[in-house]
Each structure stands twice: as C-alpha cells, then as structure tokens.
Design a protein around this ligand. Structure first.
Ligand code: ATP
Ligand code: MG
Length: 482
C-alpha cells in the first residue's frame, strides 16, 4: 500500500513552506494494518493561518486548530484532508472537555495527547514511522493500550474507555490488562460523556463483524451499565423449552447472526433488543415459563433506550416497530390474507423485509431453530401478494365521474360496464391508458347498444380474472410455494 497522492501533495506543500508535516493517527494505524483508512489526517507545526495561506482552497471553522483542505479528488476519502497543528490539551476538569487547547512545540508532544499507542503514531513522506509509545509493537500483539497512565488518560476524557472497547471490537484486539482494569475501575466516569458521543461509538461496535463480542466486552468492562443497563436485567434470566440460552445470551446470538449476514443498523439493534422486555413479564419458572406481552413491554423499553441515546426519530420509530411486531404469527394455510395485510400495515411495507430479518435472527439465535423455510417462503408469498395492486378499474386514468360527465349519463350499471370495457382495452395494450384515448373511447362506448356493451364488459372481466390468476401463479413460483 502507498500513501495516496493527495496526502503526499499536502505533506509536500507544507514541507516546501518550511514546516514539519506527517500523516497521523487512525490512518497510520490502518496503513500499517494494510487496511483502507477512512480518512487521511495530517499534523504539522504550521499554525492555522499559515496552513490557510499555503492552501487557498481550505476552511477553518472550529477552535481545535484543524484546517480542512479541499484536494479536488473524486475519492470521497481524499476529497478533504484535515490538517491539525501540533497541539496538546491542558487540564481536564470535567472528564470530557479540555479546559484549553494549546499549541504543542513538538510532534512527540502532540502524539502524547492521543488516546492509544496504536493511534499515537505518525509517518512522514518517506514512510518513516515516529512511534514513541511502541504502537507498532502493540499492533503486532493485537492489544489496545493507552498512551501513558490509563487512569489519567481516562480521567481526562472518559469516552476513551468506550473507544478502547470499540477498537478492540472492530480490530478484534484485546485490551491490555492495566488498561482494562482502569476501565472497570473508572467506568462510572462514562456518565460525564454526552449521549451523542456514546451513541456514535456504540453504533461502531454494533456495526462491527464481532458486534456481539463487543457488547459482551462492554458488560465485562462495567460500561454496559452506563449505556444499556436494561440488557443487564436479561443476564442469567432463563427461558422456556423453545430456547437453550438465557435472555442475554439469546440477544447476543441474535445480534451475532445479523452481523454475520451484514444486516443494517436498525435490524442489528432490533435483534439485540427484541426480547429486552422478557425479564419484566416473566411468569413461572423452568421449561414452562411464559413471557406474555414481552414484545409490547420490550418496544416501550427500546423506545426509551434509543431516545436516551439520542438516536434519530426515524431510527427509533423503525426499531421500536420491529421489536413490537417480531412475534407475528404465521403458519401456511392457517394465516389469512387479511391478517398478513394487517401486519404489513402495522409494520409498514417498507419495513417488512427487515422484520423478517429480525425474526430470522430470533429463530437462529434461539440455539434450537425450528425448520421453517417453507412457512417463511409462504409468508413472503402472501406479503408480496397483498402488497401488489389488484388488477381493477382503479388502474384506469379515468373514473366513474369522468364517464358520467363525458357520456352525459346518470349513475347506473352502464358506468361500470364502460369502465370494465375500458380496462379490457388497457390490459391488452397499456399504452392506451391515457385520459385522452379513454375519453374518446367513452364517447364511443356510450353509443353502443346495451347488449354489445355488456358482452364487451363480461369478456374483459374474464380476462381480468385470468390475468390475476396468472399473476398469482408467478408470485407463487417466485417463492417456490404451491
Ligand atoms: P476511525 O477509523 O474510527 O476514524 P480514528 O483512530 O481515525 O478511527 P478518530 O476519532 O477519527 O479515530 O480520531 C483520529 C485520531 O485522533 C485518533 O487516531 C487519535 O489519535 C485521536 N483521538 C481521537 N479521539 C480521541 C480522544 N477522545 N482522546 C485522545 N485522542 C483521540
Ligand atoms: Mg478517523
């Protein structure tokens, strides 16, 4: 792998102007791991005003000494490069914000403010590594270790504890012992952190391939208590004969499956939370225990959890719906079309696919999945069927009132016959479905004798039934159901 041209150009310009310049942080880590970095960050001893003078197409809008340069690259990862002046953060009194951001004199000073050894490396144009905290060694050992004393570093910014778990999860690393101990000991400090920052890290954990391990990591580090304590209520709560796992393990297994399938954020969170209400409604014990209404209680809890973590209204609504509806009953032959229609209406047609994904995760995550491929295919067939527009005169670009106006006739059976006849023409040739063509045809049909018109209408009704049956057959074929 090479440092991309755009980043090299930025380093070059800064050097030519007499400054030091390095790529730094996450991109150096990813570069050494041979992974595509999300973005390329640069650090320099040039001050923001000086950076802006060197790069006319740049902007400086915050007070953290970062200037963003537009490179003109088509690649979104390289279109903007952030250049930050060497800095360090002076005195943290609230465990989240530095009281002051100050210029640092040296690169080493800048690196020492960074969170973990693997994130505290810099590299120059010639790919020389500046690595005062032995980050490269930790990368090889696959461990997350704070740069400096963990208690101090976490007390400066408590989010770093969560970032440690996040990096351990996404990189599939371990957390070094002293760092891990410090997290356990200081987990309460996470309360000082804004929910938005916590949410952003949680999302990265949930979107990782090892998402389930990440949640378990959070539990073991005492951090889960300050993010989703409700999940801890599930820990050790036994289930009934349909399950081999306790509620907490089941939630993780369901999440694990959605990660394996690379499903989206909402499905992953809904799978993690789908049974969160169970402990609060559990009745009885052992193999015969029951959890009536847990999906309703769970949906309410999911709503509270996600609102607290400042997820967007749209995400909250979708995930809550998925949790609330995950228990829908279906059995080929037993479930009526109208009940499936009701389900589609409740969840929303746009969420049906995701609901089936949650259901699948629930089933696989039970540890004793019942075979139900046929049932599922049958349900998908019914969903598709009830979601299709029926073949009917409602498809026409004219309606009964148009017929009455154009033909100047009173309400009566003739209107329906004219519409039926029109539908016949349109089914033969969909191009005829325009207001102009149909209006002319209405005038013609209105003059036709009664018997001929009725014959025409009946013929087109037959055609409609045949087409409808054909459509149904092909939908059945699509899902391999009989
Ligand atoms: P990602 O792949 O998620 O972008 P990253 O390492 O680039 O990972 P960023 O949040 O983009 O993470 O931060 C860039 C760099 O800034 C980090 O590599 C680290 O050096 C430093 N950094 C970020 N957040 C903190 C923090 N809370 N405390 C100390 N240093 C931090
Ligand atoms: Mg980054």
């Amino acid at each position: 792998m090479e440092i991309p041209r755009e980043a090299l150009l930025v380093l070059d310009e800064l050097k030519k102007a007499g400054f030091e310049a390095y790529i730094v942080g996450g991109c150096v880590r990813d570069f050494l791991l041979k992974k595509e970095p999300k973005d390329w960050d640069v650090t320099t001893n040039a001050k923001p005003e000086e950076i802006q003078r060197i790069f006319p197409d740049s902007f400086y809008e915050n007070n953290f000494l970062t200037v963003t340069v537009r490179t003109g690259s088509e690649n979104p990862q390289l279109a903007e490069i952030e250049i930050t002046t060497f800095r360090f953060e002076a005195k943290y009194s609230d465990k989240r914000h530095p009281d002051q951001v100050q210029y640092a004199k040296t690169l080493e000073e800048d690196l020492s403010r960074r969170d973990f050894t693997i994130n505290a490396m810099a590299m120059d144009q010639e790919k020389n590594l500046i690595d005062p905290f032995e980050g490269q060694k930790d990368l090889k050992k696959k461990i997350i270790r704070t740069a400096g004393n963990p208690d101090e570093r976490f007390s400066e910014d408590a989010l770093r504890m969560l970032r440690a778990v996040r990096f351990a999860t996404t990189l599939v690393f371990d957390i070094e012992e002293k760092t891990a101990e410090a997290i356990k000991k200081n987990s309460l400090w996470l309360e000082a952190i804004s929910k938005e920052r916590v949410r952003d890290e949680l999302v990265k954990i949930v979107m990782a391939d090892k998402a389930a391990d990440g949640i378990e990591f959070l539990r073991q580090s005492n951090l889960l208590k300050f993010i989703i304590p409700e999940l801890l209520e599930n820990y050790g709560v036994g289930q009934n004969k349909h399950h081999i796992y306790d509620c907490y393990q089941h939630a993780l297994k369901a999440l694990e499956y959605t990660a394996k399938k690379k499903y989206g954020l909402e499905v992953r969170l809904a799978s993690l939370l789908h049974d969160v209400g169970k402990p609060r409604v559990k009745a009885g014990d052992g193999i015969n225990s029951t959890f009536y209404n847990h999906e309703m209680v769970g949906a309410k809890m999911a709503f509270e959890i996600l609102s607290r973590l400042k997820f967007s209204g749209k995400e909250i609504e979708k995930i809550t719906k998925l949790v609330r509806c995950h228990m829908f009953y279906y059995n080929a032959g037993e479930v009526t079309e109208s009940s499936v229609r009701r389900l589609v209406r409740n969840v929303g047609p746009e969420n049906m696919e995701e609901l089936l994904q949650v259901r699948e995760a629930d089933r696989i995550g039970s540890g004793v999945p019942k075979a139900e491929p046929y049932k599922l295919r049958h349900l998908k067939y019914i969903i598709d069927k009830v979601s299709q527009d029926p073949i009917s005169v409602a498809m026409l670009k004219v309606n009964g009132k148009d017929v009455m106006d154009i033909a100047a006739i009173e309400p009566g059976p003739k209107i329906g016959q004219i519409l039926d006849a029109l539908l016949g023409y349109v089914l033969d040739d969909p191009k005829k479905n325009t207001k102009e063509w149909l209006s002319e045809e209405i005038a013609r049909l209105a003059k036709m004798d009664e018997k001929a018109l009725k014959g025409l209408a009946d013929k087109s009704k037959e055609e409609k039934f045949e087409l409808q049956a054909e459509q149904d057959e092909s939908t059945k074929k699509k899902y391999f159901v009989k």
